[in-house]
Write a protein that binds this ligand. Structure first.
Ligand SMILES: C[S@@+](CC[C@H](N)C(=O)[O-])C[C@H]1O[C@@H](n2cnc3c(N)ncnc32)[C@H](O)[C@@H]1O
Length: 402
């Protein structure tokens, strides 16, 4: 790398840093991207090997052990005082070897997950976040369910002749977990993976803007104005909405919505909601069957990306009988992969989908193919927001002219 390349990255970092200080949307994500770009330019191959194949896997493994031993919670409870090796070991209650504990913790400290100050292990803002139950369950889910698939990618692709998986029962996930069933039945049959997955879904985008946040999708203009309670009292159905975290945030953002919110998902997910006085009605509904509720809009957040094109079209086809021309909107909150400049978040999720459900994220061309050409809907607009991986694709029945 020439020094002029380096200077230009550093100049970009300075500019993004100023934008970050001014709270500009997307500046935090730009700074992270630039820090990767800088490390990528500086790292020599031996350092790349050490980071990629040793340091990062060990960091994930140590986080998984930390969850098992409640280490992040113990550090959080200790506050600024922190904990000595002996005190932390005692708290874990498993008779851990002090030297082993030190070594695991040191590796987490060099990655700034925890800190080490004056002989004590201390929490960081990051480890305090990770101490929350939703992140604890997410670490379990990501480590136990997804990572074995990544490890087996090379073997799986060699054995299948370097082709995409032919079905969702014969992908890297099944290869790694020695199973012949697809991901969703597998997590249901293997507790606590379904519960951990539902928790993970509420955690993986936490802290990122939602499609209904100001400046993203114009909720007032596109959903609230023109809402017709005489047609149906339902404003929005969250199809495959998990435990309803999106609906909770939406109703907090818009406390006076003119119509009802309905959440639909599979029976075990609906049964596990556990929210006191939810701002929505919960309904068991299989999205491979016709949509029973008439509404102003249907949100499908990270739903179609779980499925291949054939199934994606079936899910959309099953919505169509409930849609009213010129009134009902289908809102797909999904990653639209840029063909020219894909983001790290987009390719990471694409690999994750390959690892779990044998499918992948879609480009705009792919989305138009399934939504317009195959399912016969019309995309009215695609809304984006700086630093957010997902876009809001709005579609409706054709012929409305809106
Ligand atoms: C990737 S998650 C998305 C959850 C939520 N929309 C979100 O973004 O957090 C996919 C959801 O689809 C649900 N699901 C899977 N198969 C389903 C089916 N046949 N009918 C209804 N929901 C289903 C899962 O239980 C899960 O909650």
């Amino acid at each position: 790398m020439t020094s002029s390349n380096m200077v230009s990255i550093i100049e970009d970092i300075v500019a993004a840093g100023k934008a970050y200080e001014g709270n500009r949307a997307g500046s935090r994500e730009t700074l992270i991207d630039l820090s990767y770009a800088l490390a990528g330019k500086l790292e020599i191959p031996s350092e790349f090997l050490q980071r990629t194949f040793w340091a990062e896997p060990a960091k994930s493994a140590n986080c998984r052990t930390a969850v098992r031993l409640n280490i992040f919670q113990h550090l959080k409870d200790a506050g600024d005082e922190g904990l000595s090796d002996e005190d932390l070991a005692k708290k874990t209650g498993v008779g851990i070897d002090l030297h082993l504990l030190q070594r695991l913790m040191r590796h987490l400290a060099v990655f700034h997950v925890v800190s080490f100050t004056k002989g004590k292990w201390c929490a960081t803002a990051l480890s305090n976040g990770l101490a929350e139950q939703n992140y604890q369950r997410s670490i379990e889910f990501c480590y136990d369910s997804g990572m074995p698939s990544f490890y087996k990618f090379p073997e799986y692709f060699k054995n299948n002749g370097y082709n995409l998986p032919k079905s969702d029962t014969d992908g890297p996930f099944q290869y790694a977990h020695k199973s012949q069933i697809s991901f969703f039945p597998w997590i249901e049959a293997n507790p606590p993976n379904l519960a951990n997955f539902a928790t993970f879904m509420s955690a993986y985008r936490a802290g990122k803007p939602n499609w209904f946040d100001p400046g993203f999708y114009p909720v007032n203009e596109r959903l609230i104005e023109g809402f017709d309670a005489s047609y149906s009292e339902v404003l929005l159905v969250d199809v495959g909405g998990g435990r309803g975290h999106d609906m909770v945030h939406l109703s907090a953002q818009y406390p006076s919505l003119p119509g009802k919110l309905v959440l639909q998902d599979q029976e075990p997910v609906i049964a596990s909601i556990g929210i006191q006085d939810p701002p929505f009605e919960a309904q068991v509904h299989d999205f491979y069957t016709p949509q029973p509720i008439k509404a102003r809009a249907y949100a499908l957040h990270s739903v179609l990306h779980d499925w291949g094109d054939e199934q994606g079209v079936q899910i959309l086809e099953n919505l169509k009988p409930a849609l009213k021309t010129g009134y009902s909107r289908v809102l797909l909150f999904e990653i639209v992969v840029s063909e020219d400049q894909p983001s790290r978040a987009a390719t990471t999720m694409d690999m994750q989908m390959l690892a779990h459900v044998s499918v992948g994220e879609r480009t705009e061309k792919d989305w138009r193919d399934i939504i317009e050409r195959r399912a016969g809907l019309k995309i009215t607009n695609i809304y984006i927001y700086p630093g957010v991986a997902e876009s809001l694709i709005e579609a409706e029945l054709p012929g409305s002219g809106t």
